[in-house]
Design a protein around this ligand. Sequence first.
Ligand code: C2E
Ligand code: MG
Ligand code: MG
Length: 759
Amino acid sequence: MNQNLLLKTSMLHLVVSAISVAACAGLVLGTRLPPALLVILLAAVIMVCTGIFYVLHHILKLDNEKHASNEKQQLQLALDSAGECLWEWQLANKATSIHFSTPYCMMLGYTRKEFAHDQKGWQELLHPDEREHVLRRLTRLFAEGKDSTYENTYRMRHKDGSYRWIHSRGRLFTNQGKLVRFIGIAADISEERHNNERLRLANVVFDSTHEGVLISDANNIVVFVNRAFSDITGYSYTEIVGNSPRVLKSGRHSKEFYTEMWRSLDNTDSWTGEIWNRRKNGEVLPQLQTITQLRDEHGLITHRVAVFSDISLLKSSQSEISFLAHYDPLTSLPNRALLHEHLKLSLQRAIKFQSMAALLMINLDHFKIINESLGHINGDELLKQVTARIQQVLDPQDTLSRFGGDEFAIVADSCNDNVQAANTAEQILTVFRKPFLIGQQDIFVTVSIGICMYPLTGLTAEEVLRYAATALSKAKDSGRDSYAFYDSILTEAAAKKLRIANELRTAIDDSQLTIHYQPVYSLDDKKIIGCEALVRWQHPQQGLLMPAEFISIAEVSGLIGAIDNWVMHQACIQAQQWQQLGLALEFISVNISSRLFDRSGTLKANLQEALLQSGLPAHHLELEITESSMMGNPAQSIELLHELRSTGVRLAIDDFGTGYSSLGRLKHLPVDKFKIDRTFVMNLPHDPADIAIIRAIISLSESLDLQVQAEGVETREQAEFLQQYPQVLAQGYLYGKPMPAADFAAMLAAQQPSPNSPQ
Ligand code: C2E
Ligand code: MG
Ligand code: MG
């Protein structure tokens, strides 16, 4: 009963009571009726009043109920039109009735009429898994018998058979412990729940994955990172979120790398590649990274998701695997497979450049016995020390490999001929003369070496290895601690040359070298105007040796620098002496080896020292450099020639015409003279081709304003031919062979008063 009805009923009761009291009072006071009749009348008045009260009260109650029903309908209408899914349980009566609003019914796919508006019908729609739980909640709520709020989430069957997640909130009304109404609203939260579930799963995945995940927004500000990201990079969530991912840059990539990455993102919304990033502690690490760009329905970029894995382990295991596949773990030297590769490449190079290289196969003598007596640990130690010893003598161009227990091999690109190869082998034998300290014990080990020169013998890697192995057997057969070539002739020749090299080493100190001077004749002045200093070796046993017998050996054994230096000093001193004796020469020339670049650093200093010591004016000294020696590195040659010329000396190109110089390069050479090679002069004046070449060289030198000197002039015919070009200087047996200083001085002296021309 509501307040209004209570008030109205109370007022009615008051009015009716007042009327009945007034009527009773009037009757009692105004009449003189007998008491019995008075009592009857009073009873009648009370009964009439009570009847009136009852009728009026009933009318009031009906009116009130109608009013309440109207109100409820209005509320219903309002909630329906607001789309609220309303439910209301009427609990005051014995039989519970439930009202569901139209939106509620529609939420489950029914019209209002189709929907069962009772507890049984509602109950049947509950998911069997949750039905019991929901009902128990309600029973407990109702049992408490007091006003309270209610909230629950459960599934209900839709008309289409699917289950929907329903979230229900309501309130229970009671009156003095009696249940009155249970009312509330419901909502279908299936979609939201689904999304939440997906998000939850995504979070679980993000957090359990080993891949680092970084999400940045359109402005490239980090909005999310997962746990793996923090584990890999060292940046915690709070440190990186809100910042730019740029803090991860390693600085190892070029600008172009990032430009390419952004181009790929612009074009395809994704990029995958290997990238080096930097950890918080400064370490750089390689990552395999995929960046995906997310766009909204308008095509605008909203986020970028970068997923990456740390591939440093993979990288290191890859390099470990490749190390094991190609290197010997004990010595870290290339193994058989890599030796094969090196050899193949070296062979290709040698064939392409028509050069020579050597394979030196090295075996420790009696290693098996040493290994067994020392024990394997000491045996391994010995192999390591052996490796270090061999490496001591290696040229940087050469590679040492270990391809078996005690089997080593050197692919020696530096050994362009058998002498160099023999020299390397000798050096290896020498470093084994010293003992190895193994476990506080001095161990003496010798080696045998087999050498194969390729491509001279052996055109494939297999052949070269086989021939070197054959050579190795020869070395072992000859008593070990020695080397042998596959080709026995090479062994003998190399041995001879090496012997010469050894003797040459002492020749300089023992003053066995001497210089012969060959005159250079001016066809114009008809007199000797210069000479060339040519070295000779007065060998104690073999007599006078010509340069052809020792210069190339001196070059490969590194002695040429000392020889050239000695010749230069002597020649300068000699020329200055003649000068002082009045035997003036325009120039004295000395030969500079084709290995001049090997010692380019000291050459200029030596030159200045020779000039200073002798007192010879620089312009009287001429340096002869062969055309071929400049071909390897033209730019470096030009620079060096400029440097040498800056001292004031003259420069000549020796053996000109044999070195394939390009005309374009010639004009840049800072030289003063071409010396036409003997081979072009030899067939004069009969060979038209040689005549044409000589004419071309002369006219070239004229246009470049250079001097020309013809070498190897032996006959008068040749001299007569050259006479056409009086500016040409001539050198050859016709004018004088190379001769000792005293003879040359006499020759010079003889031409002083009356020139002793051979013409
Ligand atoms: P080269 O510099 O071209 O010297 C000229 C060579 O031709 C000399 O040989 C000389 O004796 C020879 N020759 C001169 N006129 C004639 C001739 O009319 N007919 C023939 N058949 N030969 C003639 P040599 O003295 O045996 O020297 C040979 C090469 O050795 C020189 O060629 C030069 O390249 C080199 N050489 C000589 N002395 C030295 C030196 O001190 N240092 C260096 N690095 N090389 C030197
Ligand atoms: Mg010369
Ligand atoms: Mg020459």
